[in-house]
Design a protein around this ligand. Sequence first.
Ligand SMILES: C[S@@+](CC[C@H](N)C(=O)[O-])C[C@H]1O[C@@H](n2cnc3c(N)ncnc32)[C@H](O)[C@@H]1O
Length: 222
Amino acid sequence: MAGAVAGYAGGMQDPEPVAEPELDPPHGVGPWEGEWPSDDRFDPELLAHGDRRNVVDGYRYWRMEAIVADLDTRRHGFHVAIENWQHDMNIGSIVRSANAFLADTVHIIGRRRWNRRGAMVTDRYQHVVHHETVAEFADWAKAARIPIIAVDNLDGALPVDQAELPERCVLLFGAEGPGLSHEALSAASGHVEITQYGSTRSINAGAAAAIIMHEWCRRHAG
Ligand SMILES: C[S@@+](CC[C@H](N)C(=O)[O-])C[C@H]1O[C@@H](n2cnc3c(N)ncnc32)[C@H](O)[C@@H]1O
């Protein structure tokens, strides 16, 4: 798998159970009609009972492991990291966007536990790793030779549309409330922000992450 964290089985280090959500109105496909495919990427349970999961149509009836394996063959060069010091509700939504924009890996820095609700079970298909401290995360990035790009609207940030976003990088976001810590900012080699025009000091961290990931894809995704 290109650039992914070696030895990590994606997204499953936190045992907190979250059921696959039934989307409203119900969508997906019913039981497979006709002769079943013999390809072992297909899941007999799903073929028999239908597939209502939150996956794109191309992955209908596929086993979860087969989907992850296929995503691993084509993951993008960017990683996402977020500081998690106070149970940030945005992490689930950031993981969901990381899945949608095909990030290599999501790095959670600080608290191990995070609220999975907003992830809509997308974390099962996404590599997620935990780092106890910013220093541990920075050591990983240095060893992997991946530049850290801090994302926050603080002094010294370049508007992202005028900044370089390397093809291989880790985009680092701060927690809702405090934003990026000084330690996190000083571990970064680049610092970008999203230009705002209204009165609020900042946008939601999940929204900021989606904008920056899309900007990376706009420049680099095939
Ligand atoms: C609530 S904001 C942080 C606080 C903000 N620095 C302030 O002065 O109020 C939480 C996180 O969302 C992201 N964020 C929010 N607005 C942003 C913007 N305009 N540009 C870049 N990142 C932003 C950053 O990662 C930030 O650390």
